[in-house]
Ligand binder design. Structure first.
Ligand code: NAP
Length: 340
């Protein structure tokens, strides 16, 4: 199981990124895997450079990190004592990681056990654009919540930009404990998917917003010609009804794409809370009825209103709906809700 909490993230805080971990044996093969991961929708790739046969940092890293690259990269060079391939002194490994930073890797990962030593080695040479992930792995079990939270503090104290904790789940309680830590650490506080990796580790993700945002972008694309270099949601006014888990995910996704997000919710205080969390504004449901500051607004219903069996309900009046150019509904059943 893995949890990561960013204290100075490249992506907006709380954003969930899907990372593809690559273990190819040659730089050319790894570059092809990066392209494949991008095509499959990954947000970031982990280049496990220790898996490259006869890895020579000065020869191979410039190939792997050459621009333009389709995705941001995490470079890891894991030693054997932490489950990796590298069997040598720390110094050459540290030099390779520094080189990766200098060649423009967006993230570099170092093990918690040697994080202080690595910081001393760096002596302020880490470029501003590179985020340092300090990672902890427990391949035997999942520690208690208290131990995990203390670990988060200790990792943060090393100067990490991003805290990564990966543990081994043996019982369902382990998953729940890990979630408590995630909820504590991540603003988004919602996970909807647990993936068991081939190595048996469980990783939690939030994928709610990925499908929702992609569907909304498809609808915008279908209705207007778009500049392929900019996000279809950039600067658009994006209204989310609801302030629960689904609303949080959709609002984060829209914000990440550059939209101006407005949260409207039955319980106004929850709308305010979510709006503050993501940097948006809050409305009451009655304010929403007459809300029309501009044309081309996007609406996402993220409440259960209209869900079977209450299929005749709608979260917004027909009159107010005319103010939106694209409408999305998270409700699963029926497929075509009254709102749509
Ligand atoms: N399509 C998808 O991929 C997907 C994914 C996840 C969830 N969902 C669906 O999304 C919906 C919400 O799930 P959730 O996990 O976000 O639930 P949640 O955390 O319980 O939040 C429910 C939200 O709906 C609002 N709400 C409920 N009944 C309402 C009513 N009668 N009038 C006005 N607002 C009402 C709540 O407002 P208050 O704050 O005032 O209570 C709250 O904002 C569910 O129908 C779920 O099945 C869909």
């Amino acid at each position: 199981m893995a949890a990561a909490a960013a204290s100075a993230p490249a992506a907006p805080r709380g954003t969930t990124l899907v990372c593809a971990s690559l273990t190819a044996r040659s730089p050319q093969e790894m570059a092809a895997e990066v392209a494949a991961a991008a095509a499959l929708g990954a947000d970031v790739v982990e280049l496990q450079v220790g898996c490259l046969e006869g890895f020579q940092p000065r020869r191979d890293l410039p190939v792997l990190l050459a621009q333009p690259r389709p995705l941001p990269v995490i470079v890891t060079y894991r030693p054997k004592w932490e489950g990796g391939q590298y069997d040598g002194e720390d110094q050459p490994r540290f030099e390779a990681l520094l080189l990766a930073m200098e060649l423009g890797a967006e993230y570099v990962d170092i093990e918690f056990k040697v994080a202080d030593k690595f910081m001393n080695f760096l002596s302020g040479r880490k470029p501003e654009t590179c985020k340092l992930i300090v990672s902890f792995h427990n391949y035997d079990y999942t520690p208690s919540v208290e131990e995990l939270l203390s670990l988060v503090d200790q990792i943060q104290a090393t100067g990490a930009d991003i805290v990564k904790i990966a543990t081994t789940a043996t019982e369902i309680d382990d998953v729940s404990r890990m979630f408590q830590v995630l909820v504590h650490c991540k603003d988004i506080g919602a996970i909807n998917t647990i993936v068991r990796r081939p190595d048996g580790k469980l990783v939690g993700y939030n994928t709610d917003y990925v499908g929702a945002i992609a569907a909304i972008e498809d609808a915008i694309r279908a209705s207007q010609p778009a500049d392929p270099t900019t996000s279809l949601l950039a600067r658009r006014l994006f209204v989310v009804i609801g302030a629960g888990g689904a609303a949080k995910a959709v609002a984060y996704g829209a914000k990440e794409k550059g939209a101006r997000v407005v949260i409207a919710n039955r319980t106004f205080v929850r709308a305010q809370h979510l709006a503050t969390l993501i940097g948006g504004t809050a409305l009451t449901l009655s304010e929403l009825e007459n809300y029309h500051p501009e044309e081309g607004m996007i609406l996402a219903n993220a409440t259960s209103v209209g869900m079977y069996p209450n299929v005749n309900e709608s979260p917004l009046s027909k009159k107010a709906l005319r103010n939106y150019s694209v409408v999305f509904d998270v409700v699963f059943i029926p497929k075509e809700t009254r709102l749509l």
